[in-house]
Design a protein around this ligand. Structure first.
Ligand code: AMP
Length: 398
C-alpha cells in the first residue's frame, strides 16, 4: 500500500510517498512559490540526484499535477501508474472542536475545515486547496485529514478553557487547542513503545523544541496539557514568537507606538522570541555561537528559553502527579546536546541523571539517562509524515 502525504501551505506544497509495507519514503519533494512568479518543484529520491523543474503553478492544482507527473515519469518516476497510490493523507492545521481525531474527508469535513478558516487563517485555506486539488486529479482515491489540533482535544475543560466570559467559548469556540499535535501524538506514542512503558506508568512529557516550540503532557498517549493555545503564539519563548505575555502588553504597545493590534500580533509572532531578545538570530546555532563569544543578550535569550521549558515541565509533572519519561524532539530537541543537558540540569529534583556519552547524539532515537535515573529521558526524532501515513492507512484499509 502506497500513501501520498500532502502538507499544503499558502504558497508551498510538501509531499512524501510512503510504502506502508516497510514504512519507507519512496520519494518526496516540495513545490514552492505557488501562485507567485518563479514557481519551482524539487523532487527527491534516495540515492539519486534531485530533479528540479521550474514551471508555472498558478494554483495548488498545477502543483499536484506536477507531483503526480514526476511520480510516474518514465525517467525518474517511482510508480508505473498513479493508481498505485491507495490514499492521500493531508496535514490540516485546525479541525476546531468538531474533529477530535483523523477522518476520511467528505463534504462535511471540508465544511468544518472551511469554518475554521478564522482559527487558522494562514493554513486552513491552503490545506483545503491541497485536498480539493487531489480530489479533482485523483477521483475515487480516498483523502484523509489529520488535524494538528486533534491531540489537544483530549484535554479536560479545566485545562483548555480560558477564564474569560463563557459566551466566547459557547459561541466562538475560543479555547486552548494546542498545536504540533501530530508531532506530540507520534513522539508520545513512540516513547511508550521504545521505552516499553508498562500500563499505569505512561506519564510522558514531550518537548518539541524547534523554531516553534511546545511541550505536551500525556497519560497513556492521551494529552492532558499542551503549551500552545488558541493559536501557536501561546506558551514557550520561541524563535520569533513571544510565547506568553500579559495581554496588557498589547494595549501598551498599541497606545505607545500608535500601531494597530494586527501590527502588534505580527510583531509578537514574527519579530519577538529569542530573535528579539538576542538581537542576533532566531536560529539557536547562531545564538550558541554568539553566546560563546560573550554576547550577553544571546545568552539571556538562551537562558529565558531554558527557564520557560523548565517551568513548563515542572507544571506538567505537578498536573500529572509524576512523570515516567521525557522525550526531546524538533530541530533543537533532536540536535542540541547542550540544550538537553542544560534543561535536564534543572530536573535533579526528579532524580534525572543524564549520561553524557549517551546524550552525545543527534537526530537518532536514544535513551540519554543513566541506569539509575529515576525518570528516563529520550531523544526521539519526530516524523509527522509517518504519523499521517499510519492514520491514513488505518482509516482507508479495507
Ligand atoms: P525545526 O523548526 O524543528 O526545524 O528546528 C529548527 C531549529 O533547530 C533552529 O533554531 C536550529 O538552529 C535548531 N538546531 C538545529 N540543529 C541544531 C544544533 N546542532 N544545535 C542547536 N540548535 C540546532
Amino acid at each position: 500500500m502506497k500513501i501520498l502525504i500532502i502538507n499544503a501551505g499558502s504558497s508551498s506544497l510538501k509531499y512524501q510517498l510512503i510504502d506502508m509495507e516497510n514504512e519507507e519514503v519512496i520519494a518526496k519533494g516540495l513545490c514552492e512559490r505557488i501562485g507567485i512568479d518563479g514557481s519551482k518543484h524539487t523532487y527527491k529520491r534516495e540515492g539519486k540526484e534531485d530533479f528540479v523543474e521550474e514551471k508555472p503553478m498558478p494554483t495548488h492544482q498545477e502543483a499536484v499535477n506536477l507531483v503526480l507527473a514526476a511520480l510516474v515519469d518514465k525517467d525518474h518516476g517511482v510508480l508505473k501508474d498513479i493508481s498505485e497510490v491507495s490514499a492521500v493523507g493531508h496535514r490540516v492545521l485546525h479541525g476546531g472542536s468538531t474533529y477530535t481525531s483523523s477522518v476520511v474527508i467528505d463534504d462535511d469535513v471540508k465544511r468544518v475545515i472551511r469554518e475554521c478558516f478564522d482559527l487558522g487563517p494562514l493554513h486552513n485555506p491552503a490545506n483545503l486547496m491541497g485536498i480539493e486539488a487531489c480530489q479533482a486529479i485523483m477521483p475515487g482515491v480516498p483523502n484523509v485529514a489529520v488535524f494538528d489540533t486533534s491531540f489537544g482535544m483530549s484535554m479536560e475543560p479545566k485545562a483548555y478553557m480560558y477564564a474569560i466570559p463563557y459566551k466566547y467559548y459557547e459561541k466562538n469556540k475560543l479555547r486552548r487547542y494546542g498545536f504540533h499535535g501530530t508531532s506530540h501524538a507520534y513522539v508520545s506514542g513512540e516513547t511508550i513503545k521504545f521505552a516499553a512503558l508498562p500500563e499505569g506508568h505512561r506519564k510522558v512529557i514531550v518537548c518539541h523544541l524547534g523554531n516553534g516550540s511546545s511541550i505536551s503532557a500525556s497519560i497513556d498517549g492521551k494529552c492532558v496539557e499542551t503549551s500552545m493555545g488558541l493559536t501557536p503564539l501561546e506558551g514557550l519563548v520561541m524563535g520569533t514568537r513571544s510565547g506568553d505575555v500579559d495581554p496588557a502588553v498589547v494595549q501598551y504597545i498599541v497606545d505607545h507606538d500608535n500601531i494597530s493590534v494586527d501590527d502588534v500580533l505580527t510583531m509578537l509572532n514574527k519579530k519577538s522570541g529569542v530573535l528579539a531578545v538576542s538581537g542576533v538570530s532566531s536560529d539557536f546555532r547562531d545564538l550558541d555561537n554568539a553566546a560563546a563569544e560573550g554576547n550577553e543578550r544571546a545568552q539571556l535569550a538562551l537562558d529565558m528559553f531554558i527557564h520557560h521549558v523548565v517551568k513548563t515541565i515542572g507544571g506538567y509533572v505537578a498536573v500529572m502527579n509524576g512523570v515516567d519519561a521525557i522525550s526531546f524532539t524538533g530541530g533543537i530537541g533532536e540536535n542540541s546536546i547542550a540544550m538537553r543537558k542544560n534543561i535536564c540540569s534543572y530536573l535533579g529534583y526528579l532524580g534525572i541523571e543524564i549520561d553524557d556519552e549517551k546524550n552525545n547524539v543527534r537526530g537518532k532515537r536514544q535513551e540519554i539517562t543513566t541506569a539509575d535515573s529515576k525518570v528516563r529521558v529520550f531523544v526521539l526524532p519526530t516524523n509527522e509524515e509517518l504519523f499521517i501515513a499510519r492514520e491514513t492507512k488505518r482509516l482507508t484499509e479495507g
